[in-house]
Design a protein around this ligand. Structure first.
Ligand SMILES: Cc1ncc(COP(=O)(O)O)c(C=O)c1O
Length: 400
């Protein structure tokens, strides 16, 4: 057998890994409802036509060669204008167009952290962070976000984790998997920490337009000298996740210049992001965004339904999300039973596929699991009927 690199052992991505089991359940003849991945397209939400037109036009106009490694100028300009309008003034030359938020995150972490370094990551977290850190040999150090406090980050806990080995602080706001948005004073405290301790703050803002009350300001807006790198993409708020088209912008007062040079060096090595899709960034950011208001309303309706139905189940509590399409309920499990036991049994018994909280870094015994609530309200109601019945039986089993 040809050996595999050790680093692969630490590289897990539960959101996709769990699909293997779902396919087995499907092969046995049961319909599976895929609530594991945050992709609005299979649930009937549609990419805005003017973005599709922009890609088709780019293909027809012959934009099929390599783009510059930092991205085409009009896309960088559109991103800079977007950041500036949201309160993070930035020039186009501080922007890199990437293959989704994911590539931006990987470029930034690779440029900053090396073997043995620490990166502060929320728990629960979006699992790409821990996966990339495993790949580059750096250590994810988890800071608490608190379900008793609307899943807000524990700022004092973060402060207590800072050491000379800390290379970056990851903040996901609005958050996946919790659906939380962070208030201005929390943001300000985190920015101040980054500023005074000289720790780059990686602001994952991929859901910024999907807060139910409307777009949230740029994370960096309250402290423009703090070393902040912001990330976003067309995947969520522009309904084009398969296009792998996103961006990053490097802010602050110049402290990140060398990091930015390193990011551009790494970007040269992968040549460019997908060229025709870069034209869609221009169309998306400069064009009609009316789809977003309708999308936010649809998400709010589903969040309210999910919150009511989940909290009505004996043994389950769930915090009301304020953005995106995720809820992170908690089921009170008997001793010795894990979140994965519950989620896999739910899948096998009902075909409903969620992701166990430990896939996002929570303790398996804590019983968290993530629900993607993009399905129609009618389908969600059926799904919650299945979860109600299953949970009652699961918790009653063996005299639990
Ligand atoms: C918090 C967060 N960051 C990044 C990503 C990846 O997004 P992209 O498709 O832009 O790479 C996701 C996707 O679910 C996400 O939830």
């Amino acid at each position: 057998m040809i050996p595999v690199a050790d680093r692969i052992g630490g590289f897990t991505y539960a959101i996709r890994n769990i699909v293997v089991e779902a396919k087995r359940v499907e092969a046995s003849g049961r319909k599976v409802r895929y609530l594991n991945i945050g992709d609005p397209i299979p649930f009937g939400f549609q990419t805005p036509p003017h973005m599709i037109e922009a890609v088709i036009r780019a293909l027809r106009d012959g934009h099929n060669g390599y783009a510059p490694s930092v991205g085409i100028a009009p896309a960088r300009e559109a991103v800079a204008a977007e950041c500036t309008q949201r309160g993070m003034p930035i020039s186009p030359d501080r922007v890199v167009i990437t293959s989704g938020t994911s590539e931006g995150i990987e470029l930034a972490l690779t440029a900053m952290a090396q073997s043995g370094d620490d990166v502060l990551v929320p728990t629960p977290t979006y699992p790409l962070y821990t996966a990339v850190l495993a790949k580059i040999g750096a250590r994810a150090v988890f800071y608490r976000t608190d379900p008793q406090n609307g899943w807000q980050p524990d700022v004092d806990h973060i402060r207590s984790l800072l050491t000379p080995a800390t290379r970056a602080l990851v903040v996901i706001d609005p958050n996946n998997p919790t659906g939380a948005t962070y208030p201005a004073d929390t943001r300000k405290a985190l920015l101040e920490m980054a500023d005074t301790h000289n720790i780059p703050l990686l602001a994952d803002e991929v859901y910024a337009d999907l807060a139910f009350d409307g777009p949230v300001p740029a994370f960096a807006a309250q402290n423009l000298s703090a070393p902040v790198i912001t990330f976003s993409s067309l995947s969520k708020a522009y309904l084009a996740p398969g296009w792998r088209s996103g961006w990053m912008a490097v802010g602050g007062d110049g402290r990140l210049d060398e990091v930015f040079a390193a990011i551009k060096k790494l970007a040269d090595g992968r040549l460019c992001s997908t060229g025709p899709m870069e034209h869609a960034i221009v169309a998306a950011l400069n064009g009609d965004r009316s789809h977003q208001a309708a999308f936010r309303d649809a998400l709010r309706e589903r969040a309210i339904l999910s919150h009511a139905r989940l909290n009505a189940i004996d043994g389950i509590t769930s915090v009301m999300p304020s953005a995106a399409f995720y809820a992170m309920p908690r089921v009170t499990l008997p001793p010795g039973v894990t979140d994965a036991d519950y989620v896999l049994a739910l899948l096998r018994a009902t075909g409903v596929l969620c992701v166990y909280g430990s896939g996002f870094g929570t303790d398996p015994a804590d019983g968290f699991f993530r629900v993607v609530f993009l399905a129609s309200p009618a389908e969600l109601s059926q799904i919650y009927d299945l979860i109600v019945e299953f949970t009652r039986d699961f918790l009653a089993r063996d005299g639990r």
